[in-house]
Design a binder for this molecule. Sequence first.
Ligand SMILES: [Zn+2]
Length: 164
Amino acid sequence: MRTANCPKCGTAKTKLAPRSGVAERLLGTVTIYPFRCQLCAHRFTAFLGKLTTSPRRNYERVPVQYPAQVRPVHDSTQRVVVEGTMVNLSLRGCRIRTNQRLPMGCHVMLELQSGEYDLPIMIDEAIVRARFTDGVGLRFSGFLHSEERRIRRILDLRLQDYAV
Ligand SMILES: [Zn+2]
């Protein structure tokens, strides 16, 4: 199936996106579905040619194993450092395995040591969106373009084409 390249950046690393609204549900009956580019976040619709169920998630999470450090932003001493392991990653979030505690809604900075790059990747703004017995889920809300580019490159290497 060669129908769902991203019209904005051209990659085949796209994925079916959750549907929104009546119009998109109707388009689904003629197998036109919304897609989300996993590398540039562009959302578009494309003809799929078969019926399928739309997913809940916009972004595919890629399994990784990266040492990570999480720092609460509002800790004025800058001494609180949560050490953990990043276990999955998408353009907009990640999951960190750690046995230290972070409160829900906590604003954090994140530093990760990927296998692909020598210098650590810094994410300036993230928020704790989920808590698990073995760690936390973070949503990214802000990072430098240079860092987003490096995350994109990691995803580009590890994501499947057309994760339909
Ligand atoms: Zn794209």
